[in-house]
Design a protein around this ligand. Structure first.
Ligand code: SAH
Length: 218
């Protein structure tokens, strides 16, 4: 098994290859690519899988959950940051904290909610290791958003509900957007919802595959 340091040394090279691949797949925001260059994805996974960290695939992180594939992270971050409103973002589904760390390089303040206590704690450790001080994590049910810090310039949901949770719509700032996979397993569509002064505009983007959004805490 490779040790962390060994992976660390090869990771810069493999991370550069990941960035080239993302650019070839159509990610063109220099800010997003730079954020992904700055986040060592391999530290977010168990040692046994760390050598595969830069492959373009979702990988298991325990508790039947996955770390999102690099393309999804880049694509959703690009969709969210395009508005130029970058003061605050709410993430639902912290998982191991990788997407959270990428967001922390772009948004001034990141709030992230996770319903599985062990993952919430894991993410806290990883983000602490990276000394990302502009991130606040909460153990809770993402259906309710995080009202204390609303409204948010951007909201990203990294698990798929059947319908968009109402509280998330309420907590979106005017001029802000939410990116969310919606639908049942195998039939999800990535939606971007933009809030204007008097309504919500919905755009259906590509088909995606995310773990299901679940009720309550675990
Ligand atoms: N953002 C992560 C993706 C993790 S997978 C990454 O960067 O890789 C999606 C996560 O959403 C899982 O950890 C799952 O437990 C969490 N989740 C599902 N339903 C949720 C809910 N209602 N509230 C909060 N988190 C939820």
């Amino acid at each position: 098994m490779l040790d962390r340091q060994g992976i660390g040394m090869t990771s810069l090279r493999t991370r550069e290859r990941m960035l080239t691949r993302l650019a070839n797949q159509g990610i063109c925001s220099p800010q997003v690519l730079e954020a992904m260059r700055n986040v060592p994805r391999h530290i977010f996974m168990d040692e046994a899988l760390a050598s595969r960290a830069y492959e373009d695939t979702a990988l298991p992180i325990g508790f039947n959950q996955t770390i999102s594939q690099p393309f999804s992270v880049a694509r959703m971050t690009e969709l969210l940051s395009g508005t130029g409103k970058l003061a605050s973002v709410l993430e639902i589904g912290t998982g191991c904290g990788y997407q959270t760390a990428v967001l922390a390089h772009i948004f001034k303040k990141v709030y992230s909610v996770e319903r599985i206590l062990a993952l919430h704690k894991k993410a806290q450790m990883h983000l602490w290791d990276l000394k990302l001080t502009n991130v606040s994590l909460m153990y809770g049910d993402g259906h309710l958003g995080w009202a204390d810090y609303a409204p948010f310039d951007a909201i990203i949901v990294t698990a798929a509900p059947v319908d968009v949770p109402q509280q998330l719509l309420v907590q979106l700032a005017i001029g802000g957007s939410m990116v969310i996979p919606v639908g049942i397993s195998g039939k999800q569509v990535l939606q971007r919802i933009t809030r204007t002064v008097n309504r919500y505009e919905y755009e259906d983007l590509e088909e995606v595959s995310f773990v299901p959004f679940q009720m309550g805490k675990e």
